[in-house]
Write a protein that binds this ligand. Structure first.
Ligand SMILES: Nc1nc2c(ncn2[C@@H]2O[C@H](COP(=O)(O)OP(=O)(O)OP(=O)(O)O)[C@@H](O)[C@H]2O)c(=O)[nH]1
Ligand SMILES: [Mg+2]
Length: 291
């Protein structure tokens, strides 16, 4: 799916998000563990303001575990921020790790009765992120099987639907949609290669040759699937793609490689994790952060 984000769409998304953030205690911000920075929208930070946020590195099953740990450490250094990495489809893990984290961060923010110090309402959270990042999947996992919509609550904005969580808290049933930062060409490429934004103006040949060159340089061991190894660093993207096409039988009459089929195959292999776990961005060093 590809959404064309016009200024009007962005303004509407921003307005909705600003409205909804006011209703919750904690924001669960999804990022793609393979591209934790490119899958962000910097606009979110000022909107969330001083509220605690949990950065969830979703699709962690497709990312490099060591890099994911480094990213979690990196994000946890930010104020009011917790970070966690998981496969959003795994309901058990989501309810065991993410639900208690939401509760811990939200509970102190819930207003309490003067007498008795009882919480006056359940803890509330919402899920936000760019398209295709895994928001609906995460909402379903947080909700578990026994989803109960509580409907509009007295004293709260009319028409908002809340999902009751097994922790006792509530989850806004509509995710906050953020637009991706497509004006930055490197970010757009990373989003396109991971499948977050359709092809985003790139053609599959360009994306696949870029990806193969990147893998040959940084992760040559992942190219064994295509019977390529360390030596592939000396090949151009076009040569790498041709080699892949030959090994995987993407041939046309005359024995030539069907480069467009080979490109699609490489992109599908990468997006579905068939090449192995890969992270395409490394956390900025501390020094850069403090600059
Ligand atoms: N491997 C993997 N796939 C995931 C994970 N989370 C979501 N997906 C898949 O990613 C795709 C997009 O997930 P959705 O939950 O529909 O994403 P979304 O953010 O709601 O997308 P939009 O509603 O289009 O903005 C689906 O094919 C999911 O199965 C994850 O943690 N790991
Ligand atoms: Mg969705």
């Amino acid at each position: 799916m590809s959404i064309h984000w016009f200024p009007g769409h962005m303004a509407k998304a921003k307005r909705l998000l600003t409205e909804n953030v006011k209703l919750v205690d904690v924001v669960v911000e999804l990022r793609d563990a393979r591209i934790p920075q490119a899958s962000a929208n910097p606009l979110l930070f000022p909107i969330v303001g001083g509220k605690p946020r949990i950065i969830v590195l979703a699709k962690a099953d497709l990312a490099d575990k060591e890099q994911t740990r480094a990213w979690v450490d990196y994000f946890e250094r930010e104020e009011q921020t917790k970070a966690i990495a998981l496969d959003g489809r795994d309901r058990k893990v989501v309810s065991r790790l993410l639900l208690p984290l939401i509760k811990d961060l939200a509970a102190p923010l819930v207003p309490r009765s003067k007498q008795g110090n009882f919480p006056l309402r359940p803890e509330r959270c919402m899920v936000v992120g760019i398209p295709n990042i895994g928001k609906s999947t995460m909402i379903n996992s947080l909700a578990g099987r026994a989803t109960a919509k509580t409907g509009a609550l007295p004293g709260v904005t009319r028409g908002k639907q809340w999902i009751k969580l097994s922790s006792g808290g509530e989850l806004l049933d509509t995710p906050g949609l953020l637009w991706p930062k497509l004006e930055d060409p490197l970010v757009a490429r990373l989003l396109a290669v991971t499948g977050a934004v359709g092809e985003a103006g790139f053609d599959p040949y360009e994306l696949a040759t870029w990806l193969l060159t990147h893998l040959a340089k940084y992760f040559p061991h992942l190219l064994v699937r295509y019977k390529l190894g360390e030596e592939s660093v000396d090949l151009s993207g076009g040569e790498l793609l041709e080699a892949v096409g030959r090994v995987r039988g993407c041939l046309v009459a005359g024995g030539n490689v069907d480069l467009s089929r080979a490109a699609d195959l490489v992109l599908i292999d990468f997006r579905t994790g068939k090449l192995g776990p890969i992270t395409l961005e490394v956390p900025p060093s501390r020094r850069n952060r403090d600059d």
